[in-house]
Design a protein around this ligand. Structure first.
Ligand SMILES: [Zn+2]
Ligand SMILES: [Zn+2]
Length: 274
């Protein structure tokens, strides 16, 4: 062995051994529980959520509507209807393409809640990894990620924006160019019929000056948003319910000159069952 160096497989085996010993020690001493199902974690170093919870997520599998991500009943309907669901055909909106990793229910709902309401920020990279693998083609040739913003008051209360936490791990530049100018009522507290009105004009575009994003005028898209013009942007949020929030954000980005706006969320409340 030249220079007393250990072969790489010996180093890897040793670090695996150390890691599993440390995992065992942590599991014994701290007895940490899964942030989603509260089962004891056998490998706490692997993350705050247990393997079982990640496996229990009900994924959204193709064929799905290319605009909103809702599952479509068959490949035949997908081909006949140009890959869109009846709802998107009736009201196409401002999003060019969209998708979600899984259904907002069961394990995924608990995982999102743990991130958002229990402040388990360490879940964000794992959720982002799930989105990268499930929505690969939506992220592939995009220029930047735009996280859906929280209102300043809610941001202060929560301490972080879950959409931004996820966005940071999607391996693309993040442009936090939107801001929420009205502290809207949470969409899940409203009937579907009132959700569009609730978020109408709730968002504004920030201006860039000297490389820093600043707030634009109230409700007005900024004339000088050079970093958005002509770009392919991906709006990112944790959950999409009716899609009203994403549509309103997309409308602002298009007003700011974005060439294409896509939307990717970790979870989606699927409205039309195939
Ligand atoms: Zn679990
Ligand atoms: Zn659709």
């Amino acid at each position: 062995m030249a220079g007393g160096m250990l072969p790489i497989h010996v180093i890897q085996a040793t670090s695996r051994g150390v890691r599993s010993a440390l995992d065992g020690l942590l599991a014994l001493l701290l007895a940490p529980r899964c942030a989603a199902c509260e089962a004891l974690l056998s490998r706490p170093l692997d993350g705050a959520v247990c393997e079982g919870c990640w496996e229990r997520i009900r994924l959204i599998t193709p064929p799905a509507c290319r605009l909103c991500g809702d599952p479509l009943p068959s490949w035949r309907t997908a081909t006949l209807e140009n890959g869109t669901c009846p709802r998107c055909r009736r009201a196409p909106g401002h999003i060019d393409r969209g998708g979600s990793a899984g259904h907002y229910e069961g394990a995924l709902r608990s995982i999102v809640h743990a991130l958002k309401y229990e402040g388990r920020r360490s879940i964000a990279p794992d959720l982002a990894a799930l989105m990268r693998s499930r929505c690969r083609d939506l992220l592939l040739d995009a220029d930047a990620i735009v996280p859906v913003p929280l209102h300043a008051r809610r941001l202060r209360a929560r301490g972080f924006n879950q959409a931004e936490e996820i966005a940071r791990h999607l391996e693309l530049p993040v442009m936090a160019c939107l801001w929420r100018q009205r502290d809207t009522q949470p969409q899940n507290e409203l009937p579907a019929s009132r959700r569009h009105r609730n978020v109408r004009d709730a968002f504004g575009l920030k201006e860039t000056r000297a490389g820093a994003w600043r707030r634009g005028r109230w409700g007005q898209p900024c004339a000088d948003s050079p970093s958005i013009a002509g770009k392919r942007l991906v709006l990112v949020d944790d959950v999409s319910t009716t899609g009203a929030t994403l549509q309103e954000c997309a409308r602002m980005l298009k007003l700011g000159g974005a060439r294409e706006v896509r939307a990717v969320t970790a979870a989606r409340v699927v409205r039309s069952r195939p």
